[in-house]
Design a protein around this ligand. Structure first.
Ligand SMILES: Cc1cc2nc3c(=O)[nH]c(=O)nc-3n(C[C@H](O)[C@H](O)[C@H](O)COP(=O)(O)OP(=O)(O)OC[C@H]3O[C@@H](n4cnc5c(N)ncnc54)[C@H](O)[C@@H]3O)c2cc1C
Length: 517
């Protein structure tokens, strides 16, 4: 049974959400993110800021503006915290952590001579842990906290009715400025039979309490790969159906190759370059008819996860009434995050620039400064890191070699294998590399890719350097504790420094050592 979300009083709230099971943890979650007894406040005559959507982008916008003393309204039609808290980063990383622990239990025995464990793990317990932690985190994003911050929280569907007004559940919210932060949602490809057969997306997969024996994932992007590897580690037979020729097509091909080979070793099967022509429901299982290498093949699934991309939440927003332009990628914004209506800004997934929580967070900070304080913060100045949380992780910041060249840079690229790092070898985590792209002949970092078990934690060293215009030489000047995997950055600096020695300088050093024997 799904936990239904009763409409807040006087509000045309969305149909019931699908938070399952209706246990103590999900009740605690809902009590924060869509309190059943919530009463919308009486609107103020005019707000300095109205924010539509209470995911990361909306929450950060509302908290920042209210913290500075503005009159702020925040409108959310479903779950405060948006995708990240409820059906995205938080539950996925909880699942990934549990799956990693399960694999580590086997590795303890196989690689480290640890005690032999027997018996099956409890998938239900792993998922319950995730739900518990999600509910523990929820108050930070919850409606009560935002009310206490001085924000008027309206639960219901928001739609513009004029250039400077929005309607929610019959209440009219007039504004000086508005921020659209309505995010994105999973899309399903138009495969015959898919809708009838039923499938999971990120909105339902985290509600599972029993481990599916056979999982088929359509799509090999970050979400597809993270979930495929996790379910394989839990013990499901996992097949990934992928239209492209490699997984994680946006990433460095060598980096993606390492992750793909690891996933294959862990039992994930990839059906690359394939198309699904039909899906059928037969009893409790789904049958996928796949064209692969010119041959038809059938795949059987107890759970089917669709992870092929995301579409912006534009519908029913009344953008025409507000004079806000949009296209298939989302709301159109300029470099200062302003829409075609000068009172209205758009941040996060809805503007289609990047789709990460930290992006929504930073865009919101920029939008607040630009919208309320005559700021001139530019989207194009953001140095954006990201990470795919597979094992090993792939973290990236800045440009790739090809994008740097396309932008007119001459590029020097350094690649340092992780197996040269003592700590990585001792940890049994030598699979990976650091690849740094430098402006040719200088130590200016244009971008970097890191493949390592905890690459997401480590990439910030490069991001900090890039933001503060510290070159690779500057990173090398900092002592890194031995033995740590982060020493790989200092090693890259050493290699760069050695390469900098001109033949003349080399000859001068050689002469020096000949004299002082
Ligand atoms: C499975 C998964 C894993 C992910 N993992 C990561 C990760 O590890 N790291 C990372 O950085 N990113 C991750 N992401 C991406 C991240 O979740 C999103 O980039 C982020 O949530 C976007 O925040 P947002 O505020 O722009 O939009 P959202 O979080 O989507 O919030 C938008 C909100 O607007 C509401 N809304 C929409 N229309 C209306 C309306 N008309 N009226 C009122 N409310 C409305 C929605 O209900 C929603 O709550 C993941 C995503 C998924 C799906």
């Amino acid at each position: 049974m799904a936990l239904s979300l009763p409409p807040a009083s006087g509000v045309d709230s969305e149909p019931p959400g699908l938070l399952q099971p209706p246990d103590e943890h999900n009740r605690r979650l809902v009590a924060q993110v869509h309190p059943p007894d919530w009463v919308n406040p009486t609107p103020k005559a005019r707000y300095h800021l109205v924010v539509i959507g209470a995911g990361t982008g909306g929450l950060v916008s509302a908290a920042a503006a209210a913290g500075l003393g503005g009159r702020v309204a925040l409108v959310e039609r479903h779950l405060m915290g948006g995708d990240c808290l409820n059906v995205g980063c938080v539950p996925s990383k909880g699942v990934i952590r549990a799956a990693r622990a399960w694999l580590d239990a086997a590795a303890a025995r196989d690689q480290f001579g640890g005690p032999t464990a027997s018996g099956d793990g409890s998938f239900a317990a792993a998922m319950e842990r995730m739900r518990r932690i999600r509910a523990d985190i929820a108050p930070v994003d919850g409606a009560p906290r935002f009310r206490d911050l001085g924000v008027d929280v309206f639960l219901g569907h928001g739609r513009f009715i004029a250039q400077d007004a929005l309607e929610v559940g019959g209440a009219i919210l007039r504004f000086r400025r508005a921020i659209i932060a309505t995010g994105a949602r999973a899309v399903a490809p138009p495969i015959p039979g898919l809708e009838n057969a039923g499938y999971h997306t990120n909105e339902t997969i985290f509600s599972l309490t029993a481990l599916p024996r056979r999982v088929v994932v359509i799509g090999a992007g970050p979400i597809g790969c993270e979930m495929a590897q996790s379910f394989a580690r839990f013990g499901s037979q996992v097949t990934v159906v992928n239209a492209a020729g490699q997984i994680l097509p946006r990433e460095d091909a060598d980096a993606a190759g390492i992750v793909e080979r690891r996933m294959q070793r862990e039992g994930v099967r990839f059906v690359h370059g394939s198309t699904v022509s039909q899906v059928e429901r037969r009893g409790d299982e789904s049958v996928l008819h796949v064209e692969w290498e010119g041959h038809p093949e059938r795949l059987f699934a107890d759970a089917l996860l669709v992870a092929v991309g995301r579409a912006p939440n534009l519908e029913g927003l009344g953008l025409e009434a507000a004079g806000v332009r949009y296209d298939g990628r989302g709301v159109t914004v300029d470099d200062r995050l302003r829409t075609s209506n000068r009172r209205v800004y758009a941040v996060g997934d809805i503007n289609g620039k990047f789709q990460f929580t930290h992006n929504s967070d930073f865009q919101a900070r920029y939008a607040i400064q630009n919208a309320l304080f005559f700021g001139r913060r530019k989207l194009s100045t953001l140095v954006m890191p990201w990470c795919t949380f597979t094992s090993p992780e792939i973290a990236h910041v800045g440009m790739y070699e090809a994008s740097a060249r396309a932008a007119g840079h001459d590029v020097d690229t350094l690649t340092i294998p992780l197996e040269e790092n003592d700590r990585a070898r001792l940890d049994g985590e030598g699979e990976g590399f650091l690849r740094v792209h430098l402006e040719q002949g200088t130590d200016r970092i244009l971008g970097a890719t890191l493949v390592a078990e905890h690459a997401g934690e480590m990439i910030s060293e490069i991001t900090v350097a890039m933001v503060n215009k510290i070159g690779l030489g500057g990173i090398g000047a900092a002592i890194h504790p031995y033995p740590t995997q982060a020493e790989i950055f200092r090693r890259a600096a050493d290699i760069w420094r050695r390469g900098k020695l001109t033949p003349l300088v080399r000859r001068a050093f050689a002469g020096f050592f000949r004299v002082f024997q």
